[in-house]
Design a protein around this ligand. Structure first.
Ligand SMILES: Cc1cc2nc3c(=O)[nH]c(=O)nc-3n(C[C@H](O)[C@H](O)[C@H](O)COP(=O)(O)OP(=O)(O)OC[C@H]3O[C@@H](n4cnc5c(N)ncnc54)[C@H](O)[C@@H]3O)c2cc1C
Length: 390
């Protein structure tokens, strides 16, 4: 817990946030404009202003800069509440890609970059995206396969490459582009209006809400940037990506626990009302088993997330533990949402309830921020090479 906030103050904050999500954010979810990126952006921005007026929002930003200054541990409860709605993370300024980009730039940006990119991003005046992934044969799960190149040119750099599935690209004012230089993998800031920066298309995915600016395909065509576009040190890009991802995937875990919990709440409600063979679904043991397993999954998911958050607060390395938490939580929330759909029958797969959309929102989490298989492989290699006790 942060030192200046009492337990009671924090409980009051979470209860106020919960009421805001229930009374203002969830009722704003309108499935009819879920695919309208512009409408979603306007809606999120309106909700964000309401959140700010009520003293909510921006959990990690320091208090003297207008944020809540929450510790990672405190973020677990906060983001679970924010994550109960599709619109919550955007409204409460804890959504990807903005939040992890802010965290990374806060550690790495020089004074000029802070002023031009980080500060407007933190104030919600600018939007960012993080461009690493490339179509085959470029980088996906294996970071060594990065093909985008940045060459020194006069006082600056020229970048050539092809990126895709870049979250937020459709609305981003600038991108953090990951490219290979002579010194290794490096990060560059590229403005959207750079003539060499082309947003080719928004790639439609199974995600139900067009929040956060879609998932764009980008081409960098002899894209010229200045010397000051380099972020941090040349050649350190893979280390930076790890740091960015560790916090990002933890935030995803927190948010998606909220969404899965909401799904199971709806399923429990349905099971309490709906009858089959002369009794309520809630009285059928096979339905009870699904409910029980969901509670066990979410309990374990919360504890793992909390443990990693505490390690981050203590400044400990979370590489191994955040991998384990990411695999477990991403799979657990999918099991929970899938059971919620099953319990609700046909209604569960319809769009009359948001359950099918929750399931679609959660599924990609088993792939991005490191696919389950890649994390399992890394966990096992670390355990076996270092002789770690299970
Ligand atoms: C919704 C969404 C948002 C995204 N946002 C961004 C973004 O903002 N910025 C960005 O740069 N990227 C983003 N990505 C891309 C994401 O980072 C990649 O999808 C991820 O790194 C996996 O790469 P890939 O899709 O190329 O899968 P591939 O590398 O082609 O792997 C496909 C599958 O093969 C298996 N596999 C791969 N490697 C191994 C291995 N070593 N061991 C065992 N099995 C393996 C896994 O099952 C994996 O799912 C996003 C993706 C999605 C779906």
């Amino acid at each position: 817990m942060s030192t200046t906030r009492t337990k009671e103050d924090f409980a009051a904050l979470i209860s106020k946030l919960s009421a805001f999500v229930d009374n203002e954010v969830i009722p704003s979810e309108d499935l009819r404009n879920a695919h309208d990126a512009l409408a979603m952006r306007e809606l999120t921005s309106t909700l964000r202003q309401r959140a700010v007026t009520q003293g909510l929002g921006n959990p990690r930003r320091p208090v003297d800069e207008g944020g809540l200054g929450l510790s990672w541990e405190e973020c677990c409860s906060y983001l679970e509440q924010a994550g109960r709605s599709f619109l919550g993370p955007g409204a409460l300024q804890c959504a990807a890609p903005g939040q992890p980009d802010i965290a990374a730039l806060d550690r790495l940006a020089n004074d000029g970059q802070r002023q031009r990119y980080l500060e407007p991003l933190m104030r919600g005046e600018k939007y960012s995206c993080f461009a690493m992934t490339e179509p085959a044969p470029g980088v996906g799960s294996d970071p060594r396969m990065l093909l985008t190149q940045a060459r020194r040119h006069g006082q600056g750099w020229v970048i050539d490459g092809h990126k895709w599935f870049i979250s937020g690209a459709m609305h981003a004012d600038f991108a953090i582009v990951v490219a290979r230089t002579e010194a290794g993998v490096s990060w560059f800031l590229v403005d959207r209006d750079n003539p060499g920066f082309e947003v080719v298309r928004d790639i439609a995915t199974m995600e139900p809400f067009e929040i956060g600016g879609g998932h764009g395909e980008i081409r960098l065509n002899a894209c010229q940037v200045g010397e000051d576009a380099l972020i941090g040190q040349e050649g350190k890009g893979l280390d930076y990506a790890q740091i960015r991802l560790e916090g990002a995937r933890l935030f995803h875990c927190m948010r998606f626990i909220g969404l899965a919990s909401r799904a199971m709440g709806m399923a429990q409600d349905y099971a309490g009302r709906r009858e089959s063979q002369g009794m309520r679904l809630a009285e059928h043991q096979m339905v009870q088993a699904m409910v029980a397993d969901a509670h066990i999954d979410l309990y374990a998911a919360r504890l793992m997330t909390l443990d990693v958050a505490r390690k981050l607060d203590a400044g400990e390395s979370i590489r191994h533990h955040s991998s384990m938490a990411k695999v477990f939580v991403s799979e657990a929330v999918n099991r929970v949402a899938d059971s919620a759909v099953q319990i609700c029958g046909a209604l569960g797969v319809s769009e009359d309830l948001p359950l099918s959309m929750i399931l679609r929102m959660l599924r990609p989490f088993r792939i991005y921020d490191g696919a389950s298989e890649v994390h399992r492989s890394a966990i096992a290699k670390r355990a076996l090479s270092k002789g770690l006790a299970a």
